[in-house]
Write a protein that binds this ligand. Structure first.
Ligand code: TYD
Ligand code: MG
Length: 457
């Protein structure tokens, strides 16, 4: 016997309430609580199970059996790396991203590429015809890739019982509906229950599952936060839609580092893996122009050379404008204050605009020096020579601070044909300048650095 009841859920964090409230006391959001009908099986959850499963006893950690996790190679270097070296069997991976960013394209492409695996791609969003058209656009033929247009979880599991598969892709969790709960697809209780069923399927059958999840306006994965707790890995697909580049970041990974990142380029025939991102992030120029500086940054475990563009112009309004794309505006303000103190840059009379090329967001502090040099270069109208790059954090007193992975950054710059790299004196501990063909210029104070770069301070 099943009985029906309703409950109130916060659409933002998934907290459950017995009555409606204007503000969720768990996450503090207003107007996010809505009523949902849920049907609950009246037999207690554990009753049947206890007959089948024996109670487990605690064991010392040393005696637990352990195996190295079994990983599947997805034949996509970027995705494999972000997952920590391939997809772990039985793991649940949530792929989030704004609509139209390319989640379905990426996962269908993965399904088509992995010809040695039997894959089921379940779509509740697009018709079979649309998926076929997309597959034709991607242009890979794979007979082992099955498509199912279904939203009811019980029907999906019936198909899965007949079809022995190596990987399941669900596009998207917001379209799934389980018979156990009456509320509409996409509601908190539906998402939670469907994800729970998928989790059980993944763990019991050791089949890895990709789940696509939509994103809300504020950038979190739509539906409850609880979804993020249930899965093993949360990947976020992001990028500026006006640029072709897409970045796959890992926000949580039970089987690998969250520092890794994958870069793709959206082409007419699917996603291209970008194995050498530095080359595309530095724009091609005929001659050096003022206001441009190259920063040697690290994204995850990978060195990345990116272009910082700045424009400093006379302010026309009383309050000078500050605007930064891809960089923290508060940090920009701080760097401008340091500049004023150390180089006589008249902060109050200048508008400053900053742009990180390629639509990329950077939070590596090593970009500071390139930001400062780009601003000064624009202000003095003195171009920085083309084959020069920077990697240092700037302190409030104008000191050039050391950064981590200095050697890797120098090697990457050298590989890309740069001739000079400006670093902090303190980054060079244990690194000999003789070992590199690139010239390493180290300073500890901004004033010295400006003198050597622009001939003035
Ligand atoms: P899609 O994968 O449907 O996004 P999501 O599933 O995240 O909502 O991507 C849709 C966009 O990608 C759409 O604007 C068309 C574009 N696209 C390409 O540029 N090249 C391609 O090969 C494909 C299949 C799509
Ligand atoms: Mg889609």
């Amino acid at each position: 016997m099943a009985k029906s009841k309703t409950s109130f859920f916060c659409n933002n964090c998934g907290a459950e309430y017995s009555k409606w409230m204007g503000k969720c006391s768990s996450c503090g959001e207003w107007n996010t609580i809505s009523e949902e009908i849920i049907t609950i099986e009246s037999t207690p959850k554990w009753e049947n199970e206890s007959k089948v499963r024996k109670a487990k006893k605690p064991q010392p950690v040393q005696e637990l059996s352990h195996q190295k996790e079994d990983r599947i190679n997805l034949l996509d270097n970027e995705l494999n790396r972000v997952l920590g070296g391939g997809m772990v069997k039985g793991s649940l991976v949530l792929v989030g991203g704004e609509p139209g960013i390319g989640k379905s394209t990426l996962l269908l492409q993965v399904a088509l590429k992995a010809s040695s695996l039997r894959i089921l791609y379940v779509s509740g969003e697009e018709s079979e015809q649309q998926i076929r058209m997309r597959a034709e656009r991607i242009g890979i033929v794979n007979k082992q890739c099955y498509i199912l247009n279904e939203t009811r979880t019980d029907k999906i599991f019936t198909q899965l019982a007949n079809l022995k598969i190596d990987l399941l892709i669900i596009d998207s969790i917001q379209t799934l509906q389980t018979a156990k709960i009456d509320s509409t697809a996409g509601s908190v209780s539906q998402i939670r229950e469907s994800a729970g069923e998928l989790q059980r399927f993944a763990k019991e059958s050791h089949t890895p599952v990709f789940i696509v999840g939509h994103i809300t306006k504020d950038g979190s994965i739509a539906g409850p936060k609880i979804l993020e707790h249930m899965v093993d890995t949360v990947l976020q697909f992001e990028g500026d839609r006006n640029y072709g580049y897409r970045i796959l970041r890992s926000h949580k990974n039970r089987f690998g580092s969250t520092a890794e990142l994958g870069i793709y380029e959206m082409l007419n025939n699917g996603m291209r893996e970008v194995n050498n991102p530095s080359e595309i992030l530095i724009s091609q120029r005929d001659e050096a122009s003022s206001g441009v500086a190259i920063a040697a940054t690290m994204e995850g475990g990978r060195p990345l050379l990116i272009e910082v563009q700045a424009l400093a112009s006379s302010a026309v309004y009383g309050t000078p404008q500050r605007s930064a794309i891809g960089f923290d505006t508060r940090r920009l303000n701080m760097l401008l204050a340091v500049l004023e103190k150390k180089s006589g840059f008249k902060l109050g009379t200048k508008d400053v605009f900053l742009n990180i090329a390629g639509g990329i967001k950077v939070d590596d502090p090593a970009i500071d020096l390139a930001v400062i040099c780009a601003i000064l270069s624009s202000n003095y109208d003195i171009p920085i020579p083309e084959k020069v790059c920077f990697a240092a954090e700037i302190g409030l007193t104008g000191e050039v601070r050391s950064i981590n992975h200095a050697e890797q950054r120098i090697r990457e710059a050298e590989k890309l044909g740069f001739e000079k790299i400006y670093l902090s004196k303190f980054s060079l501990k244990g690194i000999s300048k003789e070992g590199f063909s690139i010239e390493i210029i180290d300073h500890s104070r901004l004033e010295q650095l400006f003198k050597s770069l622009f001939g003035r301070n």
